[in-house]
Design a protein around this ligand. Structure first.
Ligand code: CA
Length: 222
């Protein structure tokens, strides 16, 4: 699952990005309203964390434009304690929830998971291949009922492969998805994540096959 954070405060933005990634979410960070508007028009996200007071284009306008395009993805507004009116206007403009600043990062993650769960439903949030089951909201993989210990990056790679199970995923597509706006993830790094995932999936009945020059396929082991 990929989240867009829209926040112009660098300190808060940094903290939220770290928390999102540690929790296993892919995330992009837009630092003003215009950047957010472009990102939402051009890329696909599963949820938005949206500050209201933003340079260049206000958060509420970003939200209105998003809903006008017919996008239904969940939006959580991040707003200061004293602006009751803003919160009401935010909900009126199509926000699904709001979080009062300052907030605890754990609470933000819990509320985000609840939003994603509501948007996708429990059945939808679970991807199964053989004995491997991945909960895309909790960001957890299990083999039978035993949780797999995966790093945040490994979780992202596994999710990408699971979403294309039995089909080829290009290495560049994985690198693109992993790359935030500020950091490049090389294709060599992708190979490392695949190598680690393979080892952790050993004996699970699920394997990741390399198709030279094309990419990877996650499938039931033969
Ligand atoms: Ca702000």
């Amino acid at each position: 699952m990929k989240i867009l954070l829209v926040e112009d405060d660098p300190t808060l933005g940094d903290a939220v990005m770290v928390a999102l990634r540690q929790a296993g979410f892919a995330a992009d960070w837009a630092r003003d309203g215009v950047q957010a508007d472009h990102a939402l028009a051009d890329f696909s996200y599963d949820a938005v964390l949206l500050d209201l007071g933003l340079p260049r284009l206000e958060g509420l306008d970003v939200l209105r434009r998003l809903r006008k395009r017919g996008a239904t993805l969940p939006v959580m507004i991040l707003t200061a304690r004293d602006s009751v009116e803003d919160r009401v206007r935010g909900l009126d403009a199509g926000a699904d929830d709001y979080l009062l600043k300052p907030f605890a990062l754990d609470e933000m993650l819990a509320r985000l998971r609840a939003l994603l769960r509501r948007a996708h439903g429990v059945a939808d949030a679970e991807i199964r291949v053989g004995r491997l089951c991945f909960d895309s909201v909790k960001r957890q993989a299990r083999i039978d009922n035993a949780p797999l210990a995966l790093s945040a990056r490994e979780i992202e790679v596994l999710e990408i492969l699971l979403n294309h199970a039995d089909r080829v995923t290009a290495k560049e597509a994985i690198a693109d998805r992993l790359a935030g706006w500020d950091e490049g993830v090389g294709e060599n790094a992708v190979e490392v994540y695949i190598h680690r995932l393979r080892r952790k999936l050993e004996g699970s009945g699920v394997s990741i096959r390399t198709l030279r020059g094309l990419g990877y396929v996650l499938e039931l082991a033969r």
